[in-house]
Design a binder for this molecule. Structure first.
Ligand code: BV8
Ligand code: ZN
Length: 249
C-alpha cells in the first residue's frame, strides 16, 4: 500500500476505471451477483440487448426503470467520495466508468466518461431522438414490474434506455477519450470490475502497455505481472479511503 501511495503522490495523470463493484456498497446489484429477486431468473447479458427489448419492451424497460429507481434511492459510498477527493489532489484525474448510474457525479466527479451510456439519457429506439418527457416515478421495491416504455413525440417509436447493449458499439467520443486517457496516464486504478466485457476491459491493458502503474481494487485478488501492477483485495469503500490517507502523517 505504501508503494502505491508513493506512486499516487507522484502521479501527474491518474485514471480511475470503474465497474459495478464501486457501486455495490451503495446497494446497487453488480452483474455478477445473481440479480436479486425476480431478476435472478434472467441473465443480464440476455436482458441487456436490443433483441430482448424488441421481443418484450415492457420487460426490459421495467428492468431498467427498477434499476433507475434503485440508483435514485441510493447514495454515493465512500469509494465514490474517495475518487472525488482524489480528483482534488492530483493534477489530472480522468474517471472512466462502465456503470450506467450517476453516483460518481453525485459524489462530485465531473466529466465522467460513461463507456456504456447512462440510465439518465433515454432516447427513441426508432429515431434516436432524446426523450425529454417526464419518466414515471418507479418504486425500487417494485421488482420485476413490466412497464410499457413511453413513446417518442416525433415518430411515436418506443423510448429505450440510453445504455449500450451487448452487440451495440460504444459511443465514439467517450471511447476515444478513454483510450487517450489510458495512453497518457501514469497510474490507473481499476476498481470493482470483473474485466469480462470488451472492448472496455482493454483500458487497463492499454495503460499497462505504455508503462503506467496499474492497481486493481477488487474483492478478489486479481492476477498481476511485473513490478508495475498491484492488486488490493477488499471492498472499494474500505480500500480507496485508506489509499488516500497519507502514510504516517
Ligand atoms: C461490442 C450497460 C461490437 C448495459 C453493459 C458474442 C456475442 C455478442 C457480443 C460478444 C460476443 N463475444 C464478445 C462480445 C462482445 C461483447 C462482450 O464483451 N461480451 C462479453 C459477455 C464476452 N461486448 C459487446 O457487445 C460490446 N459491444 O462489442 O460491439 C460491435 C462493434 C462494431 C459495431 C457494432 C458492434 C458492448 C458491451 C456493453 C454491454 N453493456 N452495460 C447495462 O448496464 O445494462 S456491460 C456491463 O457488464 C457493465 O457495463 C460492465 O461493462 C460489464 C461487467 O460488469 P462489471 O462492471 O465488471 O461488474 P461485474 O458484476 O461483472 O463484476 C463486479 C466486480 O466487482 C467483480 O469482479 C467483483 O469481485 C467486484 N466487486 C463486487 N463488490 C465489490 C467489488 N470490488 C470492490 N468492492 C466491492 N464492494
Ligand atoms: Zn422517434
Amino acid at each position: 500500500m505504501l508503494e502505491i501511495q508513493r506512486r499516487l503522490g507522484e502521479a501527474r495523470h491518474v485514471v480511475v476505471f470503474t465497474g459495478a463493484g464501486v457501486s455495490a456498497e451503495s446497494g446497487i446489484p453488480t452483474f455478477r451477483d445473481a440479480l436479486t429477486g425476480l431478476w435472478s431468473r434472467f441473465d443480464p447479458a440476455a436482458l441487456a440487448t436490443a433483441e430482448a427489448f424488441r421481443a418484450d419492451p415492457a420487460l426490459v424497460w421495467g428492468w431498467y426503470e427498477w434499476r433507475r429507481a434503485k440508483v435514485h434511492a441510493a447514495t454515493p459510498n465512500a469509494a465514490h467520495l474517495a475518487i472525488a477527493e482524489l480528483a482534488r489532489r492530483v493534477p489530472v484525474l480522468t474517471v472512466i466508468s462502465q456503470n450506467v448510474d450517476d453516483l460518481h457525479e453525485r459524489a462530485g466527479c465531473r466529466d465522467v466518461i460513461h463507456l456504456h451510456g447512462s440510465l439518465h439519457a433515454p432516447r427513441c429506439f426508432a429515431c434516436a431522438r432524446p426523450y425529454d418527457g417526464v419518466l414515471d416515478k418507479v418504486d425500487a421495491g417494485d421488482e420485476g414490474a413490466r412497464i410499457e416504455p413511453p413513446r417518442c413525440r416525433r415518430c411515436n417509436g418506443r423510448i429505450r434506455p440510453g445504455v449500450v447493449w451487448f452487440g451495440e458499439s460504444l459511443p465514439e467520443q467517450p471511447w476515444r477519450d478513454a483510450l487517450a486517457a489510458a495512453r497518457d496516464c501514469d497510474l490507473l486504478l481499476s476498481v470493482g470490475t470483473s474485466g469480462l466485457v470488451m472492448p472496455a476491459a482493454q483500458i487497463p491493458r492499454v495503460a499497462r502497455q505504455q508503462g503506467a502503474t496499474v492497481v486493481h481494487v477488487n474483492l478478489d485478488p486479481q492476477p498481476v505481472e511485473g513490478d508495475d501492477e498491484f492488486t488490493l483485495a477488499g471492498k472499494a469503500a474500505d480500500i480507496l479511503p485508506r489509499l488516500l490517507a497519507s502514510p504516517g502523517r
